[in-house]
Ligand binder design. Structure first.
Ligand code: 5AD
Ligand code: SF4
Length: 425
């Protein structure tokens, strides 16, 4: 989502203000830091980063802080750092071309605002585009700060999404990535009287656009993966067969305390149903270890889900207590306590180590398989093409011609770490 917001900000500044990107911060007239606040560590790094830019920047260059930490800390950032010229919250990206003309202000409101409909008119990769289909999140997972920083969930009218998807397809985009905090909850709330369709219908309508070859989306919530969605996902050839299913914990008891709304059994049942219909399906996940009260037995339940699902990608984190969340409140009230850091670190290591072993075993099975790859780049010197498979794996292909933009069948001949190597089939 932050990548999309950055692309949006860049597009607005290039279009409305004639800024150009530079690789060199010393020559920049404007330095923007787009921030995340999901965990505490990156938030802590913000002020040292501001200090570094302040030292090297041109005298009259402005510094702006955008994103979720901007929403969360607001004008506290201005109070703490004289070097900052403005603070723009995550829900306010489309106001970037106004705020750069202001001095020492923080715009962080999370009220609904029509200008958030404005899409990036200038995506940087012609082949792949991103479309924001909803903003904010209505869930109240007890560890998560996002509903506080990005506000209530609102779906963007489907007519606007379809119009944007058509525009991208006409300009040569082959693959689109639909984005939202909770994409498959799409359609629960619109800002006004718009045509109400759900996520499954939206996927179906987008897939009918000529020229678009592939659709991806992130992040869906396991709770909303109903049978209707799974059927469309499995049967629609334009929908890529890779899905992110954030598990968070394999213990139903911890899931209940996290207020995730599903149990271990529901999660496994959804995976089983999808794998039955799509044997080649690639599944990614997010896992938090060390959520308050997590016992060794709870953690073993998480390892059990890893064994059963054998995730293709895993993002794993140690629980980080965030303000404006329910679990943070329990900790403050001393109703629960933080898990010992050494125990949490050890669980994270065990999880990651086991996942690495699983990946090595499963990747080896890729040799001989055929994948459909969208070619994204060509290295003419070394005669390599590079792209992503339908299942979102990075594939390098030995080939003597530039096939950027085409969908090719590739036979896998070798596996190097997470990368597959192959030849045109
Ligand atoms: N501590 C650790 N990880 C978190 N995430 C969200 N909030 C926290 C937190 N307080 C993780 C979740 C989520 C991913 C984006 O970040 O796993 O899916
Ligand atoms: Fe956070 Fe839960 Fe919303 Fe995801 S679904 S953004 S984890 S509150």
């Amino acid at each position: 989502m932050n990548e999309r917001d950055s692309a949006h900000i860049i597009a607005e500044l290039e279009e409305k203000e004639s800024y150009q990107l530079t690789e060199n911060p010393q020559e920049a007239d404007l330095i923007l830091i787009n921030t995340c606040s999901v965990r505490e560590k990156p938030e802590k790094k913000l002020f040292s980063e501001i200090g570094q830019y302040a030292k090297i920047k041109k005298g009259d260059a402005k510094i702006g802080i955008c994103g979720c930490t901007a929403s969360h800390l607001g004008d506290k950032i201005l109070k703490r750092s004289k070097a900052v010229d403005f603070v723009l919250g995550a829900r306010n990206v489309s106001k970037i071309s106004q705020i750069i003309h202001q001095n020492r202000v923080a715009w962080v409101d999370i009220d609904y605002d029509d200008s958030t409909y404005v899409f990036s008119q200038n995506q940087h990769s012609a082949l792949k585009g991103m479309i924001n289909i909803s903003i904010g999140c209505d869930k109240k997972c007890t560890y998560c700060i996002v509903p506080h920083t990005r506000g209530n969930e609102i779906s963007i009218p489907s007519d606007l999404i379809l119009q944007e998807a058509r525009r991208l397809a006409e300009s040569g985009t082959k693959e689109i990535l639909l984005l939202g905090q909770n994409v498959n909850n799409y359609g629960r709330r619109f800002s006004g009287a718009h045509r109400a369709i759900n996520f499954t219908q939206l996927l179906n309508e987008i897939s009918q656009i000529n020229g678009l070859e592939r659709i991806r989306f992130t992040s869906p919530h396991p709770l909303h993966m109903d049978d209707e969605f799974i059927l469309e996902f499995a049967q629609n050839p334009k929908i890529c067969k890779a899905i992110h299913m954030p598990l968070q914990s394999g213990s139903s008891e911890i899931l209940r305390k996290m207020k995730r709304g599903y149990s271990k059994e529901w999660f496994l049942n959804r995976v089983e149903k999808m794998r039955h219909l799509i044997p080649e399906l690639s599944i990614g996940t997010d896992i938090i270890v060390g959520f308050p009260t997590e016992s060794e037995d709870d953690f073993l339940e998480t390892l059990d889900v890893l064994e059963k699902v054998r995730f293709d990608t895993l993002y794993s984190f140690i629980y980080s207590s965030r303000p404006h969340t329910e679990a943070h409140h329990w900790l403050e009230m001393e109703q629960v306590h933080l898990i010992d850091e050494e125990i949490a670190k050890e669980r994270l290591m065990r999880l990651k180590d086991r996942h690495k072993e699983i990946l090595t075993q499963d990747n080896a099975k890729q040799v001989g398989r055929i994948h459909k790859v969208l070619v994204e780049s060509y290295d003419a010197q070394n005669l390599w093409l590079e792209g992503r498979s339908d299942t979102n794996k990075l594939v390098r292909i030995k080939a003597g011609r530039d096939l950027v933009g085409s969908l090719c069948n590739v036979r896998i001949t070798e596996v190097k770490g997470a990368q597959l190597i192959g030849e045109l089939a």
